[in-house]
Design a protein around this ligand. Structure first.
Ligand code: AGP
Length: 606
């Protein structure tokens, strides 16, 4: 993920900016840069590769400005070159950006039509030009930024400095986090509190939609409607090593709310947004030669694999053999040599998954893995590693890693379909478009979490909870049940909704909540019939859908309205309600949300 820093200092800031960027290295990057205002003029230094390259550049060509911004870039739009490195700038403004501007094609066309010459392949450069045009129209910097922000769609965090202003920095947050730090006659800005740890432990976090006007004397924060707002100022416990909880009570809450940002970054690593095509770096798999894929994982990662089974079989007409690793490793599955075995693991250290991998290696399989820890055992034993860019996941209950796994698998299934000639270019563009909207849909859900609080009071009293889903959302129901039971300790089961009448319906009475994953897709009418069967027996229906409540055709205990999403991306988006139901119920019940009883973050023993 990219990292942003900013300092309004009392002495030259370029060295401090680099120090702050070093604390964001854990996020991963491939280029970096800083910009300052010196004697009213904007100055910039950038370098490909690691921060020491930027430090060398600054040693050769120092910047002496006392106000500046810095950035570590994980390439999304445009190759990891110095030209594409941030900060981007025009004569009047410099900007750093973390996130994805979904409508950048449209904005780019508008700017080119207005005669603007673009010099990079990035979406960020467009933002600099948009603010400059507002400044050229006579608006002051705050109004210029506000007008430009209103045009941007997607999940992003941005920070600006301006020619002629050595005591003004403007920042904005839409999905990707931003922290503001308070110093003695100085002010700071960072993607998280870790970046600010060397300068201050007094911080505040911008909320989604906030934008901030900063001077050395303080900060004025406004919400998306432009109303002045106060955000809590707190003592940060971040250190150079610790990952910080941000504004949240639990790591799990922070990680749930990071999903728009980290899913966006993971998608950007596997999608060429400019051409709306999937691009898997170093893809060494010849999908056309495969007769089958084997997938093995545990827990939540296994459910990601189950969802991918639907995608590979539908998009690439490629049969998938999948099993939990603890079974897979002992089944002695007959395997055609030179087949593909895919392993999914957040930690990359799960013993059963590693053992299943080694079984497949012995069976002459090509090994690919999707991991969140690049230097993990599973990654080291793989021929191909496809990274999730979720950043450190501290909560035992997996959340952002799961949706990032789905992001990688969705791109892989598209690549497989294209390689096997079963997916048209038109369909690929449609599916990539749907994926690019996922961060925005996630942000929308995360802005409306009140309903989950109310629902928690009811679920907390339940002895059994059923989760129902159909098709590609059946594994989403399984994941929802796992989330609830592992952090609230309430027994829950996920079921294919069509299976209800083959047994589970015997469980249902007025004491049993039934959570129904019901996006309006080709199976919607069928799952509505299933939920009506449950309601007819007293089941307390929790209806999760983009459809109106009335579409359920029966009494509902709760209806939570969700964004209308493409069938293909529903599992990524509906994962969030699954997480939020479990989180709010566990918080209400007072369990240890981040470290639930009996569980470990990584099960490194059999
Ligand atoms: C998920 O919330 C659980 N913490 C657990 O099922 C986890 O997904 C499983 O242990 C696999 O872990 P891994 O992804 O690190 O391999």
């Amino acid at each position: 993920m990219c990292g942003i820093v900013g300092i309004l200092g009392r002495k030259p800031v370029s060295g401090q900016l680099v120090e702050a960027l070093k604390r964001l290295e854990y996020r991963g990057y491939d280029s970096a840069g800083v910009a300052t205002v010196e004697n009213g003029e904007l100055g910039r230094r950038r370098a490909e590769g690691k921060l020491q390259n930027l430090e060398a550049r600054l040693a050769d060509e120092p910047l002496m400005g006392r106000i500046g911004i810095g950035h570590t870039r994980w390439a999304t739009h445009g190759a990891p070159t110095e030209t594409n490195a941030h900060p981007h700038m025009t004569k009047r403004v410099s900007v750093v950006h973390n996130g994805i501007i979904e409508n950048f094609n449209q904005l780019g066309s508008e700017l080119k039509s207005a005669g603007v010459e673009l010099s990079t392949d990035t979406d960020t450069e467009l933002i600099a030009h948009m603010v400059t045009r507002e400044l050229d129209a006579g608006h002051d910097p705050a109004v210029a930024v506000q007008h430009a922000l209103r045009r941007l769609e997607g999940a992003f965090a941005v920070a600006f400095i301006f020619k002629g202003h050595d005591n003004l920095m403007i920042a904005a947050r839409q999905g990707s986090p931003l922290a503001i730090g308070f110093g003695d006659g100085e002010m700071y800005l960072g993607s998280d509190a870790i970046a600010l740890a060397p300068f201050t432990d007094t911080i505040t976090y911008l909320e989604d939609g906030d934008w901030a006007v900063m001077t050395r004397e303080g900060v004025a924060i406004r919400d998306r409607e432009g109303m002045a707002v106060e955000r809590p100022v707190q003592k940060s416990v971040a250190s150079a090593l610790m990952v910080d909880k941000g504004n949240h009570r639990h790591f799990m809450a922070k990680e749930i709310h990071e999903q728009p940002e980290v899913v966006g970054h993971t998608l950007a690593h596997f999608i060429d947004f400019a051409n709306e095509r999937v691009h898997i770096p170093d893809l060494s798999i010849d999908f056309a030669s495969l007769n089958r894929i084997s997938i093995s994982a545990c827990g939540t990662a296994y459910y990601a694999g189950l969802i991918a089974k639907y995608w590979f079989e539908k998009l690439a007409r490629l049969p998938v053999e999948i099993d939990v690793a603890s079974e897979f490793r002992y089944r002695e599955i007959p395997m055609e040599r030179n087949g593909l075995a895919l392993f999914i693991s957040q930690s990359g250290e799960t013993a059963d998954t590693l053992a299943a991998l080694r079984y497949c290696r012995e069976q002459g399989q090509n090994i690919a893995s999707i991991v969140n820890v690049r230097e993990s055992s599973i990654a080291r034993d793989s021929d191909l590693v496809l990274p999730t860019l979720a950043g450190p996941e501290i909560g035992v209950a997996s959340t952002k890693a799961f949706t990032c796994q789905l992001a990688v698998l969705a791109c892989l299934a598209i690549a497989a379909g294209r390689a096997r000639g079963t997916l048209s270019e038109e369909t690929e563009v449609e599916l990539v478009g749907a994926l690019s909207e996922v961060p925005r849909h996630m942000s929308a859900i995360l802005r409306e979490v009140g309903a989950y609080d109310a629902l928690a009071h009811t679920l907390a009293k339940a002895g059994d909870v059923l989760y129902l889903g159909r098709g590609v959302n059946y594994p989403v129901a399984l994941e929802g049940a796992l989330k609830l039971k592992e952090i609230s300790y309430i027994h829950a089961e996920g079921y294919a909704a069509g299976e209800l009448k083959h047994g589970p319906i015997a469980l249902i009475d007025e004491a049993v909540p039934v959570v129904v994953v019901a996006p309006r897709d080709g199976m919607f009418e069928k799952i509505v019939s299933n939920l009506q069967e449950a309601a007819a027996r007293g089941g307390q229906i929790v209806f999760l859908s983009d459809a109106e409540e009335s579409a359920a055709g029966c009494d509902l205990m709760t209806a939570i309205k969700l964004p209308a999403v493409h069938t293909f991306t529903a599992p990524l988006v509906y994962a969030l309600p699954m997480q939020l139901i479990a989180y709010h119920t566990a918080v209400f019940m007072g369990t240890d949300v981040d470290q639930p009883r009996n569980l470990a973050k990584s099960v490194t023993v059999e």
